[in-house]
Design a protein around this ligand. Structure first.
Ligand code: SAM
Length: 390
């Protein structure tokens, strides 16, 4: 295993761009320069190539310049596929460990508001880069980072030690937090949550901050939840700060949904209707808040967009607790056809949720918030109003 420790001109340029773009606060510039992402990346990695629209293999041995350029650019970099079961150079099926986009890392660090001397728990070590940044800010012996994958944890431990970081890596399932190190002033999850772990709130001191991506199985549109633990320690609450897409906490990943287990022969088995909601309205932007909002209003449902062919795009909704399904076929210039089957009318639920979102002024992530207690979690809109339980 080889490591690079180099702050090249590309790294400095990325730092300036992150500050200019308002995603990295100026007080992180020193840490960004002292703790370059390239020092934590493996020789073979799979950065997201914006131009190609896919992950591409890049080897430092074969092409050091290209490797360094990707390391110093604002792209996510996959470092493991298929829980380590996929070997070889080509990308695997599912990315299971990565170095997150620098702009996402620094947005979340800004939300976390870490101060010197804070005790910090990170869940999702991966390369160890974020743990090293946290340790740079919080100080020696203040950061514990948990990683569920043993090989990933082992590599991060080695890299952090060689880098000279004091961040401590613990191999284990971070869903339960790490009570041995509690109480923490700050807890950050760097994997997407589908249920917020109550243990994280319990292990964070009153007034402490917990930051993590949170969303529903409906889509990958997560929001960064920034929760402050209440003075009595019995809840944590706060708004979402913006959109994000993250690989999920391992135990909360959705098992593959098999289409044939829902639709036996054709959509004609379903009850047929139409809708005036258009494809552009319903799907919106990739990071738009409506997918997040609809997901919260339509629990236990997965939305899958099929490929658009000859002006027609099918969008499937699958019930996750029963075999209900819906298919809406959006067609350019025409009302969409809808077929629904099973105990739930999933399209009716999704359309009502979409119209609810529109009626409330198309709220962005920042108008939504999350409250977590020992009993469960609630998403809300605009402070106290419109509570509902998930
Ligand atoms: C997106 S990566 C984290 C990025 C990283 N913090 C960085 O510095 O860029 C997500 C990591 O979370 C880990 N993970 C998933 N579920 C976990 C769990 N239950 N406990 C601890 N780590 C987990 C994955 O194995 C993966 O390495």
């Amino acid at each position: 295993m080889t490591y690079v420790r180099q702050v090249g001109p590309g790294c400095a340029a990325l730092g300036r761009a992150l500050v200019a773009g308002g995603v990295m606060s100026g007080d992180w510039a020193g840490a960004f320069a002292d703790v370059p992402r390239s020092a934590f990346l493996p020789d073979l990695m799979w950065p997201w190539d914006m131009a190609a629209g896919c992950s591409v293999p890049v080897s430092r041995t074969d092409d050091p310049q290209r490797w360094q350029e990707f390391a110093d650019s604002d792209c996510p970099i996959v470092t493991q596929w298929d829980d380590g079961n996929h070997l070889g150079t080509e990308p695997g099926a599912v990315s299971t460990s990565s170095a997150s986009m620098p702009s996402v890392v620094f947005r979340m660090l800004r939300d976390l508001d870490v101060r010197a001397g804070d005790r910090v728990l990170e869940v999702g070590t991966a390369t160890g880069w974020n743990a090293a940044l946290l340790a740079h800010r919080a100080g020696a012996g203040r950061v514990i980072s948990m990683e569920v994958d043993e090989a990933v944890a082992g590599r991060a431990r080695t890299v952090l030690e060689r880098f000279g970081s004091s961040a401590r890596v613990v191999h284990g399932d971070g869903f339960g937090g790490y009570p041995e190190g509690a109480p923490y002033d700050r807890i950050i999850g760097t994997c997407g949550l589908r249920r917020f772990p109550w243990g994280w709130v319990e292990q964070c001191r009153p007034g402490g901050i917990v930051v993590a991506p949170w969303g529903t199985h409906f889509s990958n549109a997560d929001g960064v939840a920034r929760l402050v633990v209440a003075d009595d320690g019995l809840s944590a609450s706060g708004r979402f700060t913006g959109p994000v897409e993250f690989m999920k906490l391992r135990a909360q990943r959705l098992p593959p949904v098999v289409h044939g287990e829902y639709v036996r022969e054709s959509v004609k088995e379903g009850w047929e209707s139409s809708t005036g909601v258009t494809e552009a309205e319903f799907l919106g932007e990739r990071f738009g808040a409506q997918r997040f909002a609809v997901g919260v209003r339509v629990p236990d449902c997965l939305c899958v967009e099929a490929e658009k062919r000859e002006g027609a795009r099918p969008v499937w909704l699958y019930g996750l607790r029963d075999r209900s399904w819906a298919c809406v076929l959006f067609r350019d210039g025409d009302d969409a056809r809808v077929w629904q089957y099973g105990a739930r009318r999933l399209w009716d639920e999704a359309e009502a949720a979409y119209r609810w979102w529109v009626a409330h002024g198309r709220p962005g992530y920042e108008r939504f918030g999350l409250t977590v207690t020992a009993e469960g979690e609630r998403v809300w809109l605009d402070g106290a109003g419109d509570f509902w339980k998930v």
